[in-house]
Design a binder for this molecule. Structure first.
Ligand code: ADP
Ligand code: MG
Length: 394
């Protein structure tokens, strides 16, 4: 019987080992003469009860990581461990992991209850227990009343709930979700996000790995976010830290679409710096040196990360306001997104200002940076184009 079904086997070893360990995992796909490095030297540990989001653009290796853990893809190198047990060579069914994918993957000819029971039978759960376990799992996702329906008689959101119930029925210690909301429309996605948050609370001991390319899903659900790019993990931290002090340009841009203004460090005192951006001197936050972070020294080059919603648009006549020219203004409902060219600042600046504005291209506005204007990021790290193309022709 799978260890995921027995609750009495918790030992000292499983209590101290992380629920999920990726240990230097590499995956290379071979198709004819083409080799694709989909995952390279991937290390990640997820504790019991923790949710980690794998966030990255399409093709960055997120699904491959998840498949390597679930057992659908064999790592070319490295090992995966569940609660201290090496499972690299174990078949998927024996790993006791719950998996939910974007396309629901329900059996179309089976009723909801049969779909949910399917995994239980594969896990050899005694027949007399199956009914209760199916009911319990369907209740958890609010689908108790739909047990007799066929998948085609359900909406997309309902089908995804059933797919989640099917994964939960085996009471997994590890739950993997691969873009589970991607096939749903925007409004349903929002309400499902709220439900996933509640589900998270109802499963306090389950480790969750949540794959998404959508930063808002990662921010809403994850204790920590692992940012992926070109088969590699480039950044991992709590959502709050990644947002406040991204360590790489890639994370700053991918998580929240930050402005990255090339600058030169003038002066540093503790975590406060003065920097030169173009012709202006601005105050900046200088994160303390650490992993991947340099000691900020005078004259060093850096990037100033400025969040668009912190840039204020003011009357041009306001004292000390910088002069900006509107390049584009796009109303997005709650905010208007502006692209500006600002006198004395190289490149374009993106600003988000609340509500609707009458601004059009060519209008002159006053621009104010917040104080400090943003946080310093070391230049170049995470944007190395040498690793940008994972496709290598043999
Ligand atoms: P993501 O989930 O982040 O979009 P994937 O893990 O699906 O990324 O894919 C990573 C890379 O591996 C991509 O370049 C993709 O084209 C390639 N890839 C994925 N699956 C296969 C496969 N079965 N055979 C060959 N290449 C694959
Ligand atoms: Mg994917």
């Amino acid at each position: 019987m799978s260890s995921a079904l027995t609750t009495s086997t918790a030992t000292a070893a499983t209590a101290t080992e992380p629920a999920i360990v990726f240990d230097r995992v590499g995956v290379t796909y071979r198709r004819g003469r083409t080799t694709t490095v989909a995952l390279a030297d991937f290390n990640l540990r997820v504790a019991a009860g923790e949710t980690v989001a794998l966030l990255g653009p399409s093709g960055s290796g997120k699904s491959t990581a998840l498949k390597a853990l679930a057992g659908f893809v064999r790592p070319t190198s490295g090992a995966v461990r569940l609660a201290g047990r090496e499972v690299t060579d174990l078949s998927p069914a024996k790993r006791g992991i719950g998996v939910v994918v974007q396309s629901y993957a329900l059996f179309p000819h089976m009723r909801v209850s049969e779909n949910v029971a399917f995994g239980l039978k594969a896990h050899r759960v005694p027949r007399k227990e199956i009914g209760d376990r199916v009911r319990e799992a369907l209740e958890m996702v609010g689908m108790g009343a739909y047990a007799g329906r066929l998948p085609r008689e359900l909406s997309g959101g309902q089908q995804q709930r059933v797919a989640i119930a099917r994964a939960l029925a085996i009471r997994p210690k590890v739950l993997l979700l691969d873009e589970p909301l991607a096939a749903l429309d925007a409004q349903l996605r929002q309400s499902m996000l709220g439900e996933l948050q509640q589900l998270r609370k109802a499963l306090p001991d389950t480790a969750m790995l949540y794959v998404t390319h959508d930063q808002s899903e990662a921010l809403a659900l994850a204790d920590r976010i692992a940012v992926m790019r070109d088969a590699r993990l480039v950044d991992i931290d709590t959502a709050h830290n990644l947002w406040r002090q991204p360590a790489t340009e890639f994370t700053a841009a991918f998580l929240g679409g930050a402005n990255l203004l090339p600058c030169r460090v003038n002066h540093v005192s503790g975590t406060a710096a003065l920097v030169t951006v173009g012709e202006h001197t601005l105050r900046a936050e200088a994160p303390l040196p650490g992993v991947g972070r340099p000691d900020w020294v005078p004259d060093a080059r850096a990037q100033l990360c400025v969040r668009p919603h912190t840039v204020r648009i003011v009357p041009l006549t306001e004292r000390d306001a910088l002069r900006g020219t509107v390049i584009t203004a796009v109303w997005k409902g709650a905010v208007t997104r502006l692209h500006l060219s600002v006198a004395g600042i190289p490149g374009e600046l993106t600003a988000e200002t609340p509500g609707h504005t009458e601004l059009v291209a060519g209008d002159q506005v006053g621009v104010r940076f917040p104080d400090p204007a943003g946080v310093l990021i070391p230049p170049g790290i995470g944007t190395d184009s040498a690793t940008a193309d994972p496709e290598v022709r043999a």
